[in-house]
Design a protein around this ligand. Structure first.
Ligand code: GLU
Length: 255
């Protein structure tokens, strides 16, 4: 199974912006094992800005663009260093791809990206993709990695896109505010009611939220890729997901 796994900042880091070591170690172990089993995992990883905040000991996520870009420049190194180190323990080779809006909108650049990604998979690498935040930020570029992960999934004809987040899936109401909120396990059609269920922004350090996830679902499912939103606090759920166990919220491809 060709599977794109998007990992949100809240999954990778503590609220301090520092690395959640136990979580990322487990994640790399599970993804390595899936690769060993013959699957083709591709990561879309957030966390550059969040980890830069931690490494630079900034008090909170910066609001101005130059500091955000500086934090991303520092954090992206830290992120790839960590992935390289952990995946190497399982003898897997990682490859960094940083994209901007132009790379996904321009047909020629999109083609180049597709060719590189395909070749990396043939070479048995684990591609790790992020937006190139040092030149594009959420104000200027693709803006969030939910959307980026959906664009990547379509580009490489993934079988499945998994968004690992700090929430179990899409609920009938905001579960933080409403105790009666129920998890929606399956979405066959993205209706205006489903779109209305998505509130605003997610965590303090990240960029996404349910709205960007629903937008990602629209992009993925209309081009033949199923999408699952699941809680990133349990990376082993990826085993169940490839085995077809019902987890989180699944958006079914309409193609
Ligand atoms: N590209 C951003 C980062 O690595 C994250 C964007 C997002 O969280 O969606 O910090």
């Amino acid at each position: 199974m060709r599977i794109v796994v998007k990992i949100g900042t809240s999954t990778l880091t503590h609220s301090t912006g520092c690395l959640n070591i136990r979580r990322i170690e487990k994640l790399c172990e599970v993804i390595s094992d899936l690769k060993n089993a013959g699957h083709e995992p591709i990561l879309v990883s957030s966390g550059a800005i969040g980890m830069g905040v931690g490494k630079l000991s900034l008090k909170s996520r910066p609001q101005d663009i130059p500091t955000k870009q500086a934090a991303a420049a520092v954090g992206q190194c830290e992120l790839m260093y960590t992935y390289d180190k952990l995946f190497s323990e399982y003898r897997h080779t990682v490859a960094q791809i940083l994209l901007t809006e132009h790379d996904v909108n321009d047909p020629q650049r999109r083609g180049n990206f597709h060719n590189t990604l395909s070749r990396l998979l043939e070479l048995d690498c684990i591609p790790i993709i992020n937006e190139n935040d040092t030149v594009a930020t959420e104000e200027l570029g693709i803006g969030d990695n939910d959307t980026l992960a959906a664009i990547v999934s379509v580009n490489i004809s993934a079988d499945l896109l998994v968004l690992m987040s700090d929430i179990d899936g899409l609920y009938t109401a905001d579960p933080h505010k409403n105790a009666d909120a129920e998890l929606i396990k399956s979405v066959k059609e993205i209706t205006p009611e489903i779109i209305a269920l998505a509130g605003g922004k997610g965590s303090e350090l990240g960029t996404g939220g349910m709205a960007t996830k629903i937008r990602a679902a629209q992009i993925a499912t209309s081009s033949g890729t199923d999408m699952i939103i699941t809680n990133g606090d349990n990376p082993s759920a990826l085993y169940d997901i490839v085995d077809g166990v019902e987890i989180g919220t699944r958006f079914w491809s309409t193609k």
